[in-house]
Design a protein around this ligand. Structure first.
Ligand code: ADP
Ligand code: MG
Ligand code: ZN
Length: 627
């Protein structure tokens, strides 16, 4: 993005060129006043009249010119050049009433003598030549250079070395408005206030309110933080400086701080405006006392940022937005009132949010009439805005591959699976026996899920291998948005995860490595139940683990004694074992259903939730185990 805000930058360069003109003037004055006469006086040696006569008598004088005020003459200087020729110097002397001069010149064979007709230059012309012309030349050069510099400024040239690379987005360039951001109503509400402030600050100052200087957008990756910031710029119609935290971290020490300084200087000049610092965690990390880690550079940058944020006047209309997905790692000083005191959560979208995001992105593709975004939104619990945008795009690509002109529901459903599990592996050769194991494994999951009351309905079962390595999978889709998970639901989830392995054991009396992902998931839930959700009687409501980075994978760190840690493990093992046994019991009771559905799946490769339920309910209704 190049510079677009022509007026602002013009003012900026004009200002610096005023200095340029002043310097030029000073140099010219000095030059005219001192240098020129000095050079001239150096070159023409003044001698007494007597010496002049002497030099004529000795035949040293070559030419004589007489003006109204003096006599100038060329005479041997007494030196020779490298070729042995005499060097002549220019001399001058005063006028002396001397009638004999002409005779003397003739006698001594002076080659040339003349009364020079010095045309006195008109004072006006000489003034023009010595003052006005050079100034005009310098002005012209200056303008030319300033134009060149402006041209280069966008391209990050050496001329801009040490300047911030903050890009200025004009609204036409971000082209985003709040309408492009779906499902983030709270965040939009908070940002609308800022936009309103930039439009009519008077309204706020009248009542004595001052808006927060900075707002921090916090949330997992791909939820639309950068998009929101761009939308604010698009709505506010003010200059928008955008810089990414990583751009501050430069190779040269001190550059980061210089960039911060420059960024804020620019922003202050162009207020009202918005400064957006993306991925602020790269510079805003907690300063540690360690000192040996060599993070001086980053700390300097951070300190400069803190100082600048304190230094500017919030009422002037500079609003600072920043985005991060690691708020816990930010330095506390950044978060205190007067800096980023307003925190705007940008969470993963819920059901209606996902539907809205799909609709926003659906507008850019041609949809056929059967498209039902609600169904897709149901199937994509936990997906971020970026993933949903990707799903719509994948669907459009698939439609093109299939030679269709519009995107169908089928395209969307398939692309959900592509995003979850990767592309279908067309050439994968799976032996008959392995296919059978996979089919029973998947039906095992589905049956256990279906036989429990607090379990999401089965949406789809497939044994088509995927590029992600999944050999088959069972998709469960909740019928509505879930914000909480009860203890029963958690236990049922674990049972469902163990259902695949349980089916293998029951039918083939052997186990395979195919359950590794299930094992991981089941353990994760069981562990969270014990250490974070307070769902075990043994530990009651004691937090044994804390989540360290909530928005990036949710790593946890243990906070308990080693003995407790062992007890946690025991408790986790107990929970998983219990659910595994429950799954086995369910499958034993429904063994004939297991055979029926697995046979159907082997034949079709993919069965839908309806087909599954149809076979499941066909004759004898099986009573599920309680809870
Ligand atoms: P973040 O900065 O939070 O990591 P981005 O703002 O870069 O995420 O989002 C990436 C892309 O995902 C956006 O360009 C947009 O296409 C899509 N997207 C994300 N969130 C939303 C949303 N709430 N509404 C519409 N599109 C979204
Ligand atoms: Mg981003
Ligand atoms: Zn499995």
């Amino acid at each position: 993005m190049g510079m677009k805000d022509e007026h602002g930058s013009d003012r900026n360069t004009k200002k610096s060129f005023i200095y340029y003109y002043i310097i030029v003037m000073v140099i010219m004055i000095l030059f005219n006043a001192l240098t020129v006469p000095w050079i001239q006086s150096k070159r023409i040696v003044e001698v007494p009249y007597s010496s002049f006569l002497e030099m004529i008598d000795q035949g040293q004088v070559k030419a004589v010119y007489r003006t109204d005020t003096e006599i100038q003459f060329l005479a041997e200087s007494g030196e020779v050049n490298r070729l042995g020729e005499k060097i002549y110097g220019t001399y001058k002397t005063g006028l002396w009433p001397d009638d004999q001069l002409l005779n003397r010149l003739q006698e001594n064979n002076v080659e040339e003598y003349d009364q020079a007709i010095v045309e006195q230059m008109s004072p006006l012309l000489s003034f023009l030549l010595t003052w006005i012309l050079p100034i005009l030349i310098f002005v012209f050069l200056g303008n030319f250079m300033s134009r060149q510099m402006q041209k280069r400024m966008g391209g990050g040239n050496a001329m801009t070395f040490g300047k911030s690379n903050a890009k200025i987005y004009a609204e036409s360039e971000t082209g985003k408005t709040f309408q492009d951001v779906a499902g983030q109503e709270e965040a939009k509400e908070a940002l609308k206030e800022i936009v309103d402030f930039l439009h009519n600050p008077q309204k706020y100052s009248d009542i004595g309110a001052s808006l927060p200087k900075g707002a921090l957008l916090v949330g997992p990756p791909g939820t639309g933080k950068t998009l929101l910031a761009k939308a604010v710029a698009g709505e506010a119609h003010v200059p928008f400086f955008s810089i990414s935290g990583s751009e501050f971290v430069e190779m040269f020490v001190g550059m980061g701080a210089a960039k911060v300084r420059d960024l804020f200087k620019q922003a202050n000049e162009k207020a009202p405006c918005i400064v957006f610092i993306d991925e602020i965690d790269t510079i805003g990390k907690k300063r540690d006392g360690g000192g040996i880690t060599g993070n001086d550079e980053r700390e300097q940058t951070l300190n400069q940022l803190l100082a600048e944020m304190d230094g500017f006047d919030g009422r002037k209309g500079v609003v600072i937005l920043a985005a991060t997905n690691r708020p816990d790692s930010l330095d506390k000083a950044l978060l205190r009132p007067g800096r980023f005191d307003r925190r705007i959560p940008v969470e993963l979208p819920d059901l209606s949010g996902r539907e809205a995001i799909l609709k926003v992105h659906g507008k850019t593709v041609k949809l056929s009439d059967n498209v039902d975004f609600h169904g897709i939104a149901l199937a994509t619990a936990g997906a971020s805005g970026a993933e949903l945008a990707n799903i719509v795009n994948e669907a459009a690509l698939r439609a093109v591959r299939m030679g269709r002109r519009t995107v169908t529901q089928e395209d969307l459903e398939e692309s959900v699976e592509v995003v979850i599990a990767g592309y279908q592996k067309k050439d994968a050769v799976v032996s008959t026996r392995e296919r059978k194991i996979i089919a029973y494994h998947e039906v095992g999951h589905a049956l256990v899920a279906a036989c429990q009351t607090h379990s999401a309905p089965v949406h789809k079962i497939t044994i088509i291998p995927r590029t992600s390595g999944a050999l088959g999978y069972t998709m469960q889709v909740d019928e509505e948005q879930k914000y909480l998970m009860t203890k029963d639901e958690a236990l049922n989830k674990i049972a469902t995860f163990t259902g695949g392995r349980a089916a293998e054991e029951l039918i083939f009396h052997s186990v395979t490595s195919g359950a590794s992902n299930d094992i991981e998931q089941a353990t994760k839930i069981a562990r969270a139940m014990v250490t974070r959700f307070g769902m075990s009687d043994r530990f009651d409501m004691v937090a044994l683990e804390t989540v360290t980075n909530q928005y990036l994978g949710g790593d946890t760190s243990l906070a308990c004694a080693p003995e407790t840690s062992r007890e946690i493990d025991e408790e986790v093992i107990r929970i998983v074992k219990e659910q595994h046994q429950k799954a086995l019991d369910i499958l034993k009771q429904n063994e004939n259903k297991l055979h029926q559905i697995a046979a159907y799946l082997l034949e079709r490769e993919t069965i839908t939730g309806e087909e599954f339920i149809e076979i499941f309910n066909r004759e004898d209704k099986i009573q599920g185990l309680p809870g």
